[in-house]
Design a protein around this ligand. Structure first.
Ligand SMILES: Nc1nc2c(ncn2[C@@H]2O[C@H](COP(=O)(O)OP(=O)(O)OP(=O)(O)O)[C@@H](O)[C@H]2O)c(=O)[nH]1
Ligand SMILES: [Mg+2]
Length: 424
């Protein structure tokens, strides 16, 4: 029996299966930062990618073109494998993140940089919805004051307004389609639309009418199948990220955080992650000075202790990347050998041949079987050796066929025969 995928608290928060239902089935999915101008989207994009790809500056609309970065997915298991095999090539999994320009009120009707950016949102698969909860006289707020609840209303409102317009167009299109299918005249007003269509449309319209993403609603599978083709943007999974000042971050919150949690709860729910770009930036700036970094973290620990909080202070960047990947329902499998240790990205629920296809399409076409070992079994049994020998002896190195559903962290060797497959 293959081991069951471990369900983490993060998975529960996200309502994973809900998130996956409207999405595209692909290994190269993208998260995108959405929020008002000057809330820290470009800063956080830089921090996530660990490089200064995206321009960040103190004036609204500094990101004009969406900027795509690749963020290394932090994984202790992958690092363990790389440390064990010491290969000449180490290739970690990456998450694609797009830094989208700021939206403002009226964007759904073209205000600010308007509809162009909504199309950039349409192009991503999941949304990091960033709100500003930090005060700074130096950083201009487009609406002059810091109020994350108003900002959430504005951004979610624009996304929902866009979907409302999409839903109206979908309704007209469907009526037209049915009219033609039934051979009815253009004058006919009473066009019989399908029951599932009507139910799905009504539910979705109600949700966006109350500023609530469609993605959070309860839908039957048959309704999901229909909605998926409508091209709505609030069907994408959303993670709410709250950008706090360093002090608030270390004190684990500020006056806005409970209000934000309440707002999210009453708008369909979702995962909320607090970060502080100020803290992350300071930490990143010290990346070449380990002693300085240590001293800075010690200082932060003392600051947290003032609020009665104990424990280590850590960067939220790894958590953000992992949460994004979870929201997109992506997972990893590993290949490990003396030449290369590599983490490959697949959708949760992918079968072994599909996973083989990410390495090479020939592997999927000529798939014979997969030799699989769960990472936990490898770690427990390999006995310090960069080999599967002891894992095999313990009977934990399995042979799996075409129907095998890949589990996160499987270490795999695929057997394939492309010549036979070609002859078929
Ligand atoms: N004090 C403080 N300043 C921040 C923080 N995060 C970002 N900033 C500053 O705010 C300004 C805007 O940050 P950006 O990352 O460019 O904002 P953005 O959301 O990408 O803005 P647009 O591209 O205009 O939509 C920059 O000067 C940042 O240094 C923070 O947590 N604290
Ligand atoms: Mg920007």
């Amino acid at each position: 029996m293959p081991p069951k995928a471990k369900k983490t608290a993060e998975d529960e928060d996200l309502g994973l299966m809900k998130a996956a239902r409207f999405g595209r089935v692909k290994n190269t999915l993208t998260m995108g930062f959405v929020g008002l101008p000057n809330v820290g989207k470009s800063t956080l994009t830089n921090l996530l990618s660990g490089a200064n790809h995206a321009e960040a500056a103190n004036y609204p609309f500094c990101t004009i073109d969406p900027n795509v970065v690749q963020c290394v997915v932090p994984s202790k298991d992958f690092k363990y494998l790389a440390d064990c095999y010491k290969p000449s090539s180490i290739v970690p999994a990456v998450l694609k993140v797009t830094d989208i320009a700021g939206l403002i009120k009226g964007a759904s009707e073209g205000a600010g940089l308007g509809n162009a950016f909504l199309s950039h949102i349409a192009a991503v698969d999941g949304i990091y919805h960033l709100v500003r909860a930090f005060d700074s006289d130096e950083v201009i707020h487009v609406d002059d004051s810091v109020n994350p609840i108003r900002d959430l209303e504005t951004i979610q409102g624009e996304l929902c307004l866009k979907d409302k317009a999409t839903l109206e167009a979908v309704f007209i299109r469907e009526k037209d389609r049915v009219r033609k299918e039934k051979g009815l005249s253009k004058q006919t007003t009473d066009i019989p639309l399908g029951e599932t269509f009507l139910m799905a449309h009504e539910k979705a319209t109600k949700l966006v009418g109350s500023n609530t993403p469609i993605q959070t609603g309860e839908f039957k599978d048959s309704e999901v199948d229909i909605i998926r083709d409508w091209g709505c943007i609030t069907t994408k999974p959303q993670i709410y990220i709250v950008n706090l000042s360093q002090k608030s971050f270390l004190h684990k919150g500020n006056k806005w955080l409970p209000k934000i949690m309440e707002w999210v709860k009453t708008h369909g729910g979702g995962q909320i992650l607090p970060v502080s770009c100020e803290f992350e930036q300071a930490l990143t700036d010290l990346k070449d000075d380990p002693d300085g970094q240590k001293a800075f973290l010690e200082q932060c620990k003392e600051e947290a202790a003032k609020a009665g909080l104990k424990g280590e202070i850590r960067s939220m960047v790894p958590r953000l990347i992992r949460a994004g990947r979870q929201a997109l329902c992506l997972q990893s499998f590993f290949t490990a050998g003396p030449k290369e240790v590599r983490s490959w990205t697949i959708m949760q629920g992918a079968k072994a041949p599909q996973a083989a296809g990410t390495i090479h399409t020939d592997f999927e076409r000529g798939f014979i079987k997969a030799e699989v070992c769960a990472f936990a079994d490898f770690k427990a049994l390999h006995n310090g050796k960069a080999s599967m020998a002891e894992v095999k002896d313990a009977g934990k190195y399995r042979q799996e066929g075409k129907q095998y559903t890949m589990q996160d962290g499987d270490i795999v060797v695929f057997m394939h025969n492309t010549t036979t497959a070609k002859k078929k």
